[in-house]
Design a protein around this ligand. Structure first.
Ligand code: SF4
Length: 465
């Protein structure tokens, strides 16, 4: 990721413009969400509970549902592959392209492909890859990364985008959003027609029928499939739901929770390559189920996070995300879901991201809005505990040892002395504060002037009167 800064220093260094864009973007979506859910359902919590139970049940029987999905897809004429890790997943895509002599790919938005850095890999392997989601396309030409799961360029404004288009030779400077969109459309139209392969993700996979469900607001996913001979769908193994009927519930929830829409504009259900009687569509469909440490997460005490349907609602309500934006999370998945998922998916690199679970006020807003009822604050606490048990030093920085604090609080005489002496804190420079964790804490924050002691004096005098 672009920034290596710790999350609590990022908000401070963000430009006002980006900060405002993050804040307003997230807030508006969360307000729309509340309106959409409240208007359409008398008791949205019941739906969230049901959706959570369905996902949890699927996760607990994932091996069976994966087998069923494989059989259903094969029956439909699709080729099913399993990739254990990111290397295998990337290589599988390259192998399919090479087997078919394909040189270029159009790609629709997929967090999983971000997770495994597919685009870089294919480009280094000599393939041309074009992102077709407008936001992702802008990130691609800017060499940037998404800062939100649903709206990846929430941190950008139209002036910056207009400059990027001008730089890339996509017309003279013009920051009218309609003009920008029209130019992108004209540019991408030819790419759709010229590409050899279309790659999509999948929001859900029905084990029963062997269908993937893809939702977009731009319709680009279906263009990625329409003109190509080969369609590759890359899917995390946790995306499975048992039946087609379940899709109705999840499609209702994902639109409302993500963007406040009753239903996302385009909903595709793809169950294999084109049949002989169909005039258009890919002749081959490959579905790649990717594990990439998901089974490790499933075996951990944070397995509930795999219920996530990537709606982005928890980001929008999170006070930390609103202040710091998505890049601060230094990983593919930002916000509360990222603070749980990213360290878990990091494997041996867990200590490097073990500070993310601390990026939360534990206010519980993320849990309240999550359409699959993930107890995110509980999971954050479990991960903080894991970081402590494993001695992840980065995560411990800035956290004063509570043992010392407990001793101080349980000895009245020591406590009284500390309060009396506390005033001296106002005059001690940070580097002389006698504990490294306190120094680190003060490196990014300012302590208020110490006021302790006055209340005791006042209370004592008051009793005498
Ligand atoms: S954790 Fe819940 S609210 Fe957050 S993105 Fe996932 S499903 Fe949506």
């Amino acid at each position: 990721m672009k920034t290596k800064q710790k999350i609590d220093t990022v908000a401070r260094d963000l430009s006002d413009e980006v900060h405002e864009a993050n804040f307003i973007g997230a807030k508006m979506k969360s307000e729309r969400r509340y309106a959409a859910l409240g208007r359409d359902y008398a008791d949205p919590d019941k739906l969230r509970e049901t959706a959570g139970k369905i996902k949890q049940h699927t996760l607990e029987h994932l091996d069976q549902y994966l087998e069923q999905a494989e059989a259903s897809f094969t029956r439909n004429g699709a080729k099913v592959h399993f990739a254990f890790d990111e290397t295998a997943a990337r290589q599988k895509v390259l192998d399919i392209m090479n087997e078919k002599g394909c040189k270029s790919m159009v790609k629709s938005k997929s967090m999983l492909t971000e997770e495994i850095h597919l685009l870089d890999f294919l480009e280094k392997s000599g393939k041309e890859v074009v992102e077709t989601d407008l936001g992702e396309f802008i990130l691609q030409i800017d060499g940037d990364h998404p800062s939100h799961i649903v709206t990846p360029i929430v941190h950008k404004n139209r002036r910056g985008i207009a400059k990027s288009f001008e730089r890339e030779g996509l017309g003279e400077y013009n920051d009218d959003p309609e003009t920008i969109t029209r130019r992108a459309r004209a540019h991408l139209r030819q790419k759709y027609l010229d590409a050899d392969v279309g790659l999509t993700g999948a929001n859900f996979v029905s084990a029963e029928s062997g269908r993937i469900a893809i939702v977009t607001n731009e319709g680009n996913a279906r263009f990625c499939m329409a003109a190509n001979k080969v369609h590759i769908a890359m899917v995390g193994i946790e995306k499975i739901v048992p039946t087609d009927r379940d899709l109705a519930l999840f499609l209702n929830l994902i639109g409302r929770s993500g963007t406040g829409q009753q239903l996302t504009v385009y909903n595709q259900f793809i169950g294999g390559p084109k049949r002989p009687e169909q005039p258009h569509g890919p002749e081959e469909m490959h579905i790649i189920f990717v594990d990439n440490r998901r089974t490790e997460v499933l075996a951990s005490d944070c397995r509930e996070i795999l219920r996530c349907i990537r709606c982005g609602a928890c980001l929008n309500v999170c006070p930390i995300y609103r202040q710091s934006g998505g890049h601060a999370y230094r990983s593919v998945y930002p916000g509360p879901v990222g603070a749980v998922l990213s360290p878990l998916l990091a494997g041996n690199r867990f200590p490097q991201l073990a500070d993310l679970p601390k990026a939360s006020s534990l206010c519980g807003a993320c849990n309240e809005v999550c359409p699959v009822n993930i107890p995110i604050p509980d999971l954050l606490l479990r991960l903080r505990d894991k970081a402590k048990r494993e001695g992840a030093s980065e995560a411990m920085k800035g956290t004063p040892k509570l043992g010392m604090w407990a001793t101080l609080c349980s000895q009245p005489s020591m406590w009284k002395t500390a309060l009396t002496m506390g005033h001296t804190m106002n005059y001690i420079p940070t580097q002389l504060v006698p504990h490294p964790s306190a120094q680190s804490w003060q490196g990014t924050r300012k302590l208020p002037k110490f006021q302790g002691g006055d209340f005791r004096k006042w209370f004592k005098n008051r009793k005498k009167k």
